[in-house]
Ligand binder design. Sequence first.
Ligand SMILES: CC(C)(COP(=O)(O)OP(=O)(O)OC[C@H]1O[C@@H](n2cnc3c(N)ncnc32)[C@H](O)[C@@H]1OP(=O)(O)O)[C@@H](O)C(=O)NCCC(=O)NCCS
Length: 150
Amino acid sequence: MSAVTLQPVTRGNWQGCAALQVSAEQRRLFPFSVLEWIAESRFEPSFELWAIEVDAIPVGFAVLGEDEETAEHWVIALMIDARFQRLGYGRAAMQLLIAKLAARPGCRRVLLGHRPNNAAAAALYTALGFVEIDRDDHEIVRALALAEAT
Ligand SMILES: CC(C)(COP(=O)(O)OP(=O)(O)OC[C@H]1O[C@@H](n2cnc3c(N)ncnc32)[C@H](O)[C@@H]1OP(=O)(O)O)[C@@H](O)C(=O)NCCC(=O)NCCS
């Protein structure tokens, strides 16, 4: 597999990111466009946008964020374009995102949420060690504990 990297979203690559889409079926489970995340980041100062690239081609998109009140670190969004799914890129990108957060002082765990019927997300996050900590009709929240910094 070619190397997956996380690249900052810039003037040079944002349009390539905005063209990424999940499948029509997945849109019911993940009803957000990359453009919406880019727009929301304008008003959410903690949002960090990452292009997921393979061989310098954007294949996916991710958003990290920190809750102002709790100081918890969240993977706000992760998507791989429908054309590039099931190639291991989602898992590799998630591992890079976790490593990025783990390197931050004071970051003890990573939180994320997904729709209860999003089987792909549930399988991916469970395999990476995330455990369910909360759920309602719309969302399952999962956490991954990080090793204590020495
Ligand atoms: C979830 C998502 C990011 C996975 O990306 P991906 O690159 O296809 O995933 P990978 O190829 O790295 O697969 C990793 C694991 O995810 C799970 N998985 C991925 N797609 C799956 C599917 N369609 N059905 C069931 N499990 C799936 C599997 O456990 C897989 O491991 P395996 O290949 O050993 O079986 C992708 O399906 C996606 O973008 N979905 C729409 C957006 C979304 O739902 N994001 C998550 C909620 S925030």
